[in-house]
Design a protein around this ligand. Structure first.
Ligand SMILES: O=C(COP(=O)(O)O)N(O)CCCCO
Ligand code: NA
Ligand SMILES: [Zn+2]
Length: 311
């Protein structure tokens, strides 16, 4: 069933588990994710970046947003697990408005690159709009490094826990993404993964709302190696070890954004299948292996985040 993101995350926050938010750009990833969540009897959040909406709407945000709401709601309403649709990294008010109007469960207003007061002001506006339409809101404090889609920043700016308390009280935001050292994309961390757990613990205590971990892909070596075996060049790819993410969940992270892991898994399956079936030209056949790998990553993540069986 199609639900509000807040309902999924409030439950997770109370019971200290996390729900993955998986990015999609097409039908194949959606099917793989939802079938994996059904198999694990788990809640799941589907999210689209503004770039995904632009892609699906061929440049028109209203068409793209409606496309994804109808696709996700249509599929979710035939399932017995809770499914939410979230706008990831909303920066452009035209896209945020299109998502709210189309019927997204929630939207992120990412004004984290603005000074604190500006971020607070913009977020307050979006919360008013979204709540009037029954849509929940995510915001970000601090900045992640890393480039992906139209989301980029030079270096990490870690969240200030005192600011987080004020921010949540003043804006009424439903869930918050505190920057604690992760970054987007397949090439995270210069050296070892370094997440600021003390900072995270303080933010949870001071805000007491569901928290979001961005840049949470683990970049599993087995799919990197398989993709490279069939011609990809992902040299130096590195992610957040699952154990580190599990520590974050224990400290109050409840939504775990995952995009890169699905991209690499699909790439590995697609390259493998195309190489091994040179006569195949039916996409329903040559996409299958990539979809299976995406489903495997989804089920593994639902398991280690503690979302399995929580539908
Ligand atoms: O935080 C994340 C996930 O990051 P990753 O999967 O790269 O670790 N996202 O918000 C999804 C990707 C951003 C724009 O495409
Ligand atoms: Na988000
Ligand atoms: Zn992100």
């Amino acid at each position: 069933m199609y639900v509000n993101t807040k309902d999924i995350l409030e439950k997770a926050s109370k019971e200290f588990y996390a729900v993955p938010a998986f990015n999609i750009n097409n039908l194949e990833f959606l099917i793989a994710i939802l079938e994996g969540a059904v198999e694990k009897n788990a809640p799941v959040i589907i999210e689209t970046s503004e770039g995904a909406i632009k892609y699906a709407g061929n440049g028109d945000p209203i068409r793209g947003a409606k496309f994804f709401v109808n696709l996700v709601k249509g599929y979710a309403d035939t399932l017995n697990i809770p499914v939410a649709l979230h706008l990831d990294h909303g920066k452009n008010l035209e896209y945020i408005a299109a998502a709210i109007k189309a019927g997204y469960s929630s939207v992120m207003i990412d004004a984290s690159h603005e000074p604190f007061e500006e971020n607070l002001k913009i977020t307050k506006e979006v919360v008013k709009w979204a709540h009037a339409a029954g849509v929940s809101v995510e915001a970000e404090l601090g900045q992640l490094a890393g480039i992906e889609d139209n989301v980029s920043a030079e270096e990490n700016v870690l969240v200030d826990p005192q600011q987080a308390k004020i921010f949540v009280e003043e804006t009424g935001v439903d869930f918050l993404a505190p920057a604690i050292g992760t970054s987007h994309g397949a090439f995270k961390f210069k050296g070892e993964a370094k997440l600021d757990f003390e900072r995270l613990e303080k933010v949870k205590k001071l805000t007491n709302i569901p928290l979001v971990l961005h840049g949470a892909s683990s970049v599993p070596a087995k799919y990197v190696e398989l993709a490279e075996k069939y011609g990809a060049d992902l040299g130096g790819a590195k992610g957040v070890p699952a154990e580190e993410i599990k520590k974050c969940v224990k400290l109050g992270i409840n939504k775990v954004n995952t995009d890169t892991d699905l991209r690499i898994a699909f790439l590995a399956g697609l390259r493998k299948n195309l190489t091994e079936n040179v006569k195949e030209f039916d996409p329903r056949k040559y996409f299958k292996e990539g979809m299976q790998f995406v489903k495997d990553v989804v089920m593994d993540r639902l398991e280690f985040l503690g979302a399995s069986g929580k539908a």
